[in-house]
Design a protein around this ligand. Structure first.
Ligand code: KIV
Length: 316
């Protein structure tokens, strides 16, 4: 059991007032004001809550979860149902950040109508505030915008094109390819995209596209000149079990932290050092003195209220 509810009126900003919600228009305003946009993936309640409380502006429920959470070799296998499941968990955690759901491979590659229907599910059933689609799909972006679904484009190294690209390879490596990227980005902007993720392209190409667009660019492996930056959560904290890509910076070592905590727990269990008497519930003192096995007082449900009655385990 874990007590995970928000307390009423929780202040997640740390400044004593409710946080200002990040919206799609707010991202455009940040670009206008030259304020860098921070983005990070999250896939579950606990990490999304930490990411939101840390003040990240945009939380992407990325289809990268296929790899870092579900253990697939690439992003292709994850389904709409799985993405909805994770988006719902993130939605429950987030108060401030813009929640963006990645449309998985196959969910927007048929007709526009089916794609809009799938995107609608992310907004209606999972609470996403925008969806992200990969590739130069201006027609679909226009249809989504007409359906009141904010949409973020994704150009460059688009992981759902892994087979076409022949692997996860840096894109836009010659003048022609950069020209194409710039044209695609402008098309997406004209079609109504609210922002564009630029992944795995040369810094110079990302800088030129960023300067040309009115909408923000969010870079991942695209150099420092984008309007915002994104990373995959598991890369940031070393939970990926794979060699680190050049563009990743590790800000923490969760793998080491988890290993140590889990090993110490296992050792304590094996040495009967966990749980201690202080971490155990007890019969009321009178029953203990009378040696009565009266369990009536002990069957309270161990929820937040009960914790107040019992005292938190280990603190009674
Ligand atoms: O799925 C994902 O995590 C992404 C990011 C790489 C932007 O699309």
């Amino acid at each position: 059991m874990s007590v995970t509810n928000f307390s009423a009126g929780a202040d997640l900003s740390g400044h004593g007032f409710p946080p200002t919600k990040v919206t799609m228009p707010a991202l455009a305003e940040m670009k206008r004001q030259g304020k860098p946009i921070s983005a990070l993936t999250a896939y579950d309640y606990a990490t999304a809550r930490l990411v939101d409380e840390a003040g990240i502006d945009l939380i992407l429920v990325g289809d990268s979860l296929a790899m870092v959470v579900l253990g697939h070799d690439n992003t292709l296998a994850v389904t709409v149902e799985e993405m909805l499941h994770h988006t719902r968990a993130v939605r429950r955690a987030v108060r401030r950040a813009l929640v963006v759901a990645d449309m998985p491979f196959g969910s927007y590659h048929g007709g526009v109508e089916a794609a809009v229907a799938n995107a609608t599910r992310f907004v209606k059933e999972a609470g996403a505030e925008a969806v992200k689609i990969e590739g130069p799909r201006a027609e679909l972006v226009r249809a989504l915008a007409n359906a009141e679904i904010p949409v973020i484009g994704h150009l460059g190294l688009t992981p759902q094109s892994v087979h076409r690209m022949g692997g996860f390879r840096v894109q836009g490596r010659n003048a022609d390819a950069v020209r194409r990227l710039r044209a695609d980005a402008l098309d997406l902007e004209r079609a109504g995209a609210g922002a564009i993720v630029l992944e795995g392209i040369p810094r110079e190409a990302a800088a030129a596209i960023t300067a040309e667009l009115r909408i923000p660019t969010i870079g991942i492996g695209a150099g420092p000149d984008c309007d915002g930056q994104s990373l995959v959560f598991h890369d940031l904290v070393n939970l990926t079990f794979a060699p680190q890509a050049k563009f990743v910076r590790r800000y923490g070592d969760a793998a080491a932290l988890f290993h140590s905590a889990i090993e110490r727990y296992r050792e304590d269990v094996e040495h009967r050092a966990f749980p201690s008497d202080r971490e155990s519930y007890h019969l009321p003192a009178e029953s203990r003195e009378k040696r009565e096995m009266d369990f009536e007082d002990t069957d309270a449900v161990v929820n937040r209220d009960a914790l107040q009655d019992f005292g938190e385990p280990g603190r009674s």
